[in-house]
Design a protein around this ligand. Structure first.
Ligand code: PLP
Length: 403
């Protein structure tokens, strides 16, 4: 057999693998260096007590024949689906049907798999810089052409930079799918409802759809939508992916959910309208085994009054770190973005972003993420994350001051 040739087109090593390689090499040469990591976006605080308690209770249920569970429903247990509808969406004025909510093991899983519903010639647009998963999953499927000089030949890039205030313009060429992520990884910036509306209008006018990644919505403190469905007309054109990873520290525990309203359609071979909801059900039924019962019980506990309070405390902790990073870098003369509604601070670096990475690693023993790893418009920028401890974050910033 021949392997999928699209893998050969993917650029060298994945961003975080290259970062890990450089850190490992530096640590081997400098074993005494105390390296502080403000790089990868993984949480560090433990799970909320009420979440672990729900997980344990559910595990105990599996000890008895009466309450044992085998294969779960393909799209999630009723108790979790209904909790999400009632606790997450209804309070924002968004009404979802029961079968529009799909429980999964990750927003990465879903944002990378959703492209299986698109025809091979679907034209894709992403904001730039971007979470690499949307791009790589479409590249592996063969939709993006060739990777030349840091750009995919068949991908439409929507630049987000200091010049446009990180507000992307709608595509000026025809596209079928637009990936949006707000609060944004890596820039930490958000869009208001008025800034999102042109994308919804574009999609409606051009028979396009939006994949909206809301993985960081728990970090919103400003008056911006938590869901794309708060924008008028979005139900007709948008799929939304959410996650418990950053909301509730589930990066190791694994649980997420995707919303596909019945109104969202694509065209079939005869030009007829086909509901993406139906296709996703078909795909999930074939390829997905569900999230385990104890984990879905743990996820539901996130929405209990105690769960909300305990998870909000962790989010506040990370946002305090983000504010510290913002304030300190600004006082050091850097231009910074994000960090108000997101655990990411995006700074303009004085040199190219890999040089800045190496300088920070070698001279301050601090690890961040070079912006260029997120797309062509990321060059000249650098991402620091708020997921380390407050003390380590403060120490890293003190070291940067001395650079
Ligand atoms: N979406 C974005 C924008 C992310 O930054 C991440 C993780 O860093 C994910 C999705 C992954 O979410 P999950 O852990 O649910 O797969």
């Amino acid at each position: 057999m021949h392997v999928n040739p699209n893998f050969e087109k993917l650029p060298g090593s994945y961003l975080f693998a290259e970062i890990a390689r450089r850190v490992k090499e530096y640590s081997a040469a400098n074993p005494n260096a105390d390296i502080i990591k403000l790089g990868i976006g993984d949480v560090t605080l433990p799970l909320a007590p009420v979440v672990v308690s729900a997980m344990k209770t559910a595990a105990d249920e599996l000890l008895s024949t009466d309450t044992f569970r085998g294969y779960g429903p393909d799209f999630g247990y009723d108790f979790l689906v209904n909790t999400i509808r009632e606790q997450d969406y209804a309070p924002r004025g968004v009404t979802l049907a029961f079968d529009e909510v799909f429980i999964s093991d990750g927003a990465k899983t879903d944002t990378s798999a959703i492209q299986e519903l698109f025809s091979p010639d679907t034209r894709i647009a992403v904001t730039d810089p971007v979470y690499p998963v949307y791009v790589d999953s479409n590249a592996i499927a063969g939709r993006l052409g060739n990777f030349v000089d840091g750009r995919w030949s068949n991908l439409v890039y929507l630049p987000c930079n200091a010049e446009n205030g990180f507000v992307p313009a709608v595509p000026n060429v025809p596209v079928d799918v637009i990936y949006l992520c707000y609060p944004n990884n890596p820039t930490g910036t958000t869009l208001t409802a008025d800034q999102l509306k042109p994308f919804v209008d574009y999609a409606k006018k051009n028979n396009a759809i939006i994949i909206y990644d809301a993985a960081y919505k728990a970090f919103i403190t400003s008056d911006v939508p938590h869901s794309i469905y708060e924008v008028e007309g979005a139900r007709e054109v948008a799929i939304e992916c959410c996650s418990f990873s950053k909301t509730a520290g589930f990066t190791g525990t694994r649980c997420a959910y995707t919303i596909i309203p019945h109104e969202v359609v694509g065209l079939g071979a005869q030009g007829q309208k086909v509901e993406l909801n139906a296709l996703w059900k078909r795909r999930m039924g074939t390829k997905f085994n569900g999230v385990s019962y104890p984990i879905q019980r743990a996820a539901a506990a996130v929405f209990s009054p105690e769960g909300k309070a305990q998870c909000a405390e962790a989010v506040r902790y990370y946002l305090r770190n983000a504010k510290l990073i913002r304030d300190s870098l600004q006082s050091q003369g850097y231009t910074v973005f994000g960090g108000v509604d997101a655990p990411y601070v995006w700074l303009k670096c004085p040199v190219d972003s890999w040089t800045f990475f190496d300088t920070l690693l070698n001279q301050a023993h601090v690890v961040g993420t070079p912006g260029t790893g997120f797309g062509p418009s990321g060059e000249g920028y650098f991402r620091l994350t708020a997921f380390n401890t407050y003390e380590k974050t403060a120490e890293a910033l003190e070291r940067m001051k001395k650079l």
